[in-house]
Design a protein around this ligand. Structure first.
Ligand SMILES: [Zn+2]
Length: 400
């Protein structure tokens, strides 16, 4: 039997520098959420001392992260000065590296898109993608020569570093599974770098730019060449111990079903993925379908055959996700052509009964995402901004 001492880890203490950075994020987040706040508002909302608030606000003002508005004259004494986030106080770049495209975006501190680029590629290895990313970073930075750049978020298909799952099958991209990828990117770009899987980044994209802005608990199914889910639980992203939470592509949904490259049978992404659709269309799994018109008669039978298999498998996956996580809703998006995705969602009704079948729901059980094709890149950049300005995400940027 384990001794009591071994059953929990000791909560670590904090030092002054860590506390200062944490408090700085607390203040930035309060202003971001509040819109315009005075120092007195900040003292009240954050429970920090007036002196601490004043010191941090002075530092943020000096860095250009805050806008100082005209004082509001109310009564006697020193009039309060409202503060807001300066959108030009910092910029973050986000990249979505996928099998057939690299999408890059530049966001300002308030999450507004300031630049976007889409590059056509074909299963880029890390060494092939790196110069394209560097060129784009340079081009974006040239647009704002005096801008303060917080860092670069890079999102790509997962799972990461899982033996026998990461680099196998038609959805895998080679050369992205080395342990030092983030470090190499960071050294090449000269800015902090965050690596995230595409479904998790897309989840943040929907939270900040799409349909999920009011949601606190939701699951986001992202259909690319393979399939992943992003988990947003208790008002924050949940990424798991090894950063692979939500990698449900190899969840068994059809025991004894189709053989998968991972060695198992009946994996979810053998039914729900672009690779699975291509198989039914008699095409190689590495084809880029983005420009295909799926209404063409040559596709009709294949799409229907795919739907016939995909729908029961996805119903089962939704039932499992709802039963495990009790989400407000499940979002679905990805690289499937909109018409096909719409047909898939329509065909899923009626969903299997679960704890989510209840009359007092605010949102449908399943909804289409609305952040659009840039959702992953937007989310990757947004994570970089949140790491700088939100205490919930400070762990993303670990101190060196
Ligand atoms: Zn599998």
């Amino acid at each position: 039997m384990k001794s009591l001492q071994n059953t929990r880890t000791v909560t670590t203490g904090t030092n002054a520098e860590h506390a200062r950075l944490h408090n700085r994020r607390v203040i930035l987040e309060a202003i971001r959420l509040g819109g315009r706040l005075t120092r007195a508002d900040l003292t009240r909302l954050t429970s920090l001392t007036a002196q601490t608030v004043s010191n941090i606000v002075a530092e943020l003002e000096q860095e250009g992260m805050l806008l100082v508005h005209a004082a509001e004259k109310i009564g006697r004494g020193q009039p309060p000065v409202p503060l807001s986030i300066n959108p030009d106080g910092g910029y973050a770049l986000g990249f979505h590296v996928a099998q057939h495209s690299i999408i890059g975006v530049m966001l300002d501190l308030l999450g507004n898109t300031r630049a976007q680029v889409t590059l056509a590629v074909n299963y880029p290895s890390f060494d092939q993608a790196l110069p394209l990313i560097l060129e784009t970073v340079t081009a974006f930075r040239r647009q704002l020569p005096r801008g303060r750049f917080l860092g670069v978020g890079v999102a790509l298909p997962g799972p990461f570093s899982v033996e026998g799952m990461t680099a196998v099958g038609p959805t895998a991209m080679s050369g992205w599974d080395e342990a030092d990828i983030a470090l190499r990117l960071q050294q090449a770009v000269g800015l902090p770098v965050l690596l995230e899987n595409d479904a998790t980044a897309a989840t943040m994209g929907e939270r900040l730019h799409g349909i999920a802005s009011d949601l606190q608990h939701f699951v986001h199914l992202f259909i690319g060449s393979g399939l992943g889910a992003g988990l947003y639980l208790g008002n924050r992203l949940y990424s798991g111990h090894w950063h692979n939470a939500g990698e449900i592509g190899h969840m068994t949904v059809v025991p004894g079903g189709k053989a998968c490259h991972c060695g198992n049978h009946g994996c979810l992404e053998r039914y729900i993925s672009i690779a699975a659709l291509l198989e039914h269309l008699g095409q190689r799994a590495d084809q880029d379908i983005s420009a295909w018109d799926m209404r063409e008669p040559r596709f009709t039978a294949g799409v229907q055959a795919w739907l016939d298999e995909a729908v029961p498998a996805l119903r089962q996956a939704i039932n499992i996700l709802e039963s495990l996580l009790d989400p407000q809703t499940i979002l679905i998006s990805g690289f499937l052509p909109a018409a096909i995705l719409g047909r898939l969602v329509d065909s899923l009704e009626p969903l299997s009964r679960s704890i989510s079948s209840r009359g007092d729901r605010e949102y449908p059980r399943l909804q289409l995402g609305t952040a659009g094709p840039d959702a992953v890149a937007l989310g990757a950049a947004a994570l970089m901004i949140l790491a700088e300005i939100s205490p919930d995400y400070e762990a993303l940027l670990k101190p060196e």
